[in-house]
Design a protein around this ligand. Structure first.
Ligand code: SF4
Length: 154
């Protein structure tokens, strides 16, 4: 997997103070996408085990209380991202007790494959669906257009 940005302290993408990772790769090509530069899977930089270790350390850093991890992009549930994202969310579950995980995807929850659902089964919140320009509503929280749904899963 490749990534574009990692913010160790972020208060914009999800509730509370969070670690936020923007991954590369998205097939949805939504007109008006806010993050077109992330569409190509091979854009950005390689996501290394050292980066993963750093995220775990940042989530557990007692100097900055983090509520959890946000995964956005790009699409964290792009089939080619799923193995690395699954590895990361499993580690967060095992090594960062009490931290929540939010994921943004252009897929709809009901169309996810079994492999994508392995990730979803481990997270707290999924914000799903493509961004639809005609349904854009700046008053919405955590989503850009009204077709998208914030699923609180656990
Ligand atoms: S799903 Fe998100 S990242 Fe992908 S094209 Fe749509 S708005 Fe852009």
């Amino acid at each position: 997997m490749n990534i574009h940005q990692y913010y160790p302290v972020d208060v914009v993408n999800g509730p509370g103070t969070r670690c936020t990772l923007f991954v590369a790769g998205c097939v949805h090509e939504c007109p008006g996408c806010y993050n077109k530069s992330t569409w190509r899977l091979n854009s950005g930089v390689h996501f290394t085990r050292e980066m993963e270790d750093q995220i775990i350390r940042d989530l557990n850093d007692t100097r900055v209380k983090h509520q959890g991890l946000s995964l956005s992009g790009g699409d964290p549930l792009h089939p080619q991202n799923v193995p690395d994202v699954l590895h990361l969310v499993r580690r967060v579950r095992e090594e960062c007790p009490g931290k929540d995980i939010w994921v943004w995807t252009g897929y709809k929850l009901e169309e996810l494959t079994p492999a994508q659902m392995e990730v979803v089964d481990l997270i707290n919140t999924l914000v799903d669906g493509k961004f639809v320009q005609d349904l854009r509503d700046p008053s919405l929280i955590w989503r850009g257009s009204s077709n998208q749904v914030v699923h609180h899963l656990r």
